[in-house]
Write a protein of this length. Structure first.
Length: 281
């Protein structure tokens, strides 16, 4: 095959669907588009996910029900956003988290990853903590245009951590979300048609769900996850140039990308103990 299944379903398909759908939505002059325009990314994630995991190379045991729950959270985001237009972002996300966590509780009976009360409690606690962190700090500026690239780099880092710990299904889902975010970013820049609030609500919930699932794995170093959190605060860690000129915005994107790569490498080093081995030398 000229194009492998992984390249096709994890990168090309989600990017293509997100990009084309976002272009179409951009030309629809309705107020609801600014709130629900992220459905282009959600649609690409759903289609790519089910296409890839329907391949015969994936045994039933590897098609984790938690991955389906993550996808459900993306669909729930759209419904809740329509129903609760006047409710604050954090309250809407918590409403989405409610049915998500209920499904996790029910699925724990048949899912080995959440087989004990302690693990379920840890998932719920971690998920809520990351909701508060991600959605109150990352959504600080309604006119900021960097939230998409920040979420994309963050989920890429999570996927790499999952891959290191042999969680292939989570790594695959992370790549799908990353590709979909890049597709929507190219159409939302330099002139935005989506707000930070809508992007965080529509895409952030599945991203934070992935992080909560990864944190359950005892092989994952918690300090590696904490290091990745720096990406959400990248604009507080480094001083970015101000202004709305295309060149300045481009420089900001580049700085965020490079800084995020450094953070991801630091997280990998902590997870693999290579940093500690280097310090010993």
């Amino acid at each position: 095959m000229i194009i492998s299944n992984k390249l096709l379903y994890l990168i090309i398909v989600p990017f293509g669907i997100s990009f084309v759908a976002s272009i179409i939505l951009r030309f629809i002059k309705l107020n609801i588009v600014s709130r629900l325009g992220y459905v282009s990314a959600n649609l690409s994630i759903l289609i790519s996910y089910f296409l890839y995991f329907s391949l015969p190379e994936w045994p039933i045991s590897d098609k984790q029900i938690l991955s389906y729950i993550i996808i459900f959270s993306g669909i729930a985001s759209i419904l809740i956003d329509i129903i609760t237009e006047q409710i604050s972002l954090l309250r809407r996300v918590l409403i989405v988290a409610g049915p998500l966590l209920a499904l996790v509780w029910i699925s724990s009976i048949i899912n080995t990853e959440l087989s004990s009360f302690e693990q379920i409690f840890k998932f719920i606690t971690t998920f809520i903590i990351f909701i508060i962190i991600g959605f109150t700090l990352a959504d600080k500026d309604p006119d900021d245009s960097q939230i998409t690239i920040i979420l994309a780099m963050f989920v890429l880092g999570l996927g790499i951590l999952a891959h290191i710990n042999d969680k292939k299904e989570i790594f695959s889902l992370s790549l799908v979300i990353f590709s979909a975010l890049i597709g929507i970013q190219l159409t939302n820049w330099p002139k935005k048609f989506l707000t930070n609030t809508s992007l965080l609500l529509g895409i952030g919930t599945p991203v934070l769900s992935i992080m909560a699932i990864i944190s359950l794995d005892q092989r994952v170093n918690p300090f590696a996850i904490l290091t990745l959190l720096i990406i959400l605060f990248i604009e507080k860690v480094i001083k970015l140039p101000q202004g709305q000129y295309k060149s300045i915005i481009g420089i900001r994107f580049l700085m965020i990308f490079i800084a995020s790569i450094i953070v991801i490498f630091a997280s990998i080093s902590i997870q693999t103990n290579s940093l500690f081995e280097f310090l010993k030398l």
